[in-house]
Design a protein around this ligand. Structure first.
Ligand SMILES: C[S@@+](CC[C@H](N)C(=O)[O-])C[C@H]1O[C@@H](n2cnc3c(N)ncnc32)[C@H](O)[C@@H]1O
Length: 159
């Protein structure tokens, strides 16, 4: 599969999973956390799906389109590995992380801290959606929506 096809399928999986978990997320209270704002496409989609929720976005710096940039109080800059720690215990209803790079060595480092952070920010029954696998006992894998291939994107519920 070409890298272009792989990229398209990964983004389609991200969108299909986010669309599929709206009712699950609406079963719990709490903010939505977006780890890896990027240019804000997914943030914009999350705003459409969860118009009443506070959505807090994280990135090293703000590089999003102006129309997809969170208000300052909901934008956290810096390395998520450290900046995210202040949000452990916030009781998020949904945490989404799109911070994989496709470079195994870099992603291996991210995987030393991301699963713990994702589990730590969620309320019980909160939902984790991630481009990288989250191997934590507190996170129970959920079935992916039809059409999303195993291993393309990851979905969990906080025990
Ligand atoms: C693939 S992009 C996210 C794209 C986003 N979903 C969108 O709609 O534009 C990944 C983003 O995560 C950020 N990122 C990756 N690792 C990070 C880290 N450890 N701390 C802060 N930001 C990080 C990168 O700067 C980049 O903007």
């Amino acid at each position: 599969m070409s890298r272009l096809d792989s990229f398209i399928r990964r983004l389609a999986a991200q969108r299909d999973i986010l669309n599929a978990i709206v009712e699950l997320v609406n079963g719990t209270e709490g903010p939505v956390l977006e780890f890896g704002l990027g240019n804000g496409r997914t943030y914009d989609h999350l705003r459409e799906l969860f118009p009443e929720r506070r959505i807090i976005a994280f990135d090293r710096e703000v590089r999003s389109y102006s129309s997809s940039t969170p208000p300052a109080e909901n934008m956290v800059t810096g390395d998520i590995r450290t900046s995210g720690q202040a949000f452990v215990g916030i009781g998020a209803a949904l945490a989404h992380a799109d911070i994989g790079t496709g470079h195994d060595d870099i992603d291996a480092v991210t995987l030393t801290w991301l699963p713990q952070l994702m589990a730590g920010v969620l309320v019980k029954d909160g939902i984790a959606v991630s481009g990288l696998p989250l191997d934590r006992p507190e996170l129970a894998p959920l079935a992916l929506p039809a059409g999303v291939k195993e291993g393309r994107y990851y979905l969990y519920r906080r025990r």
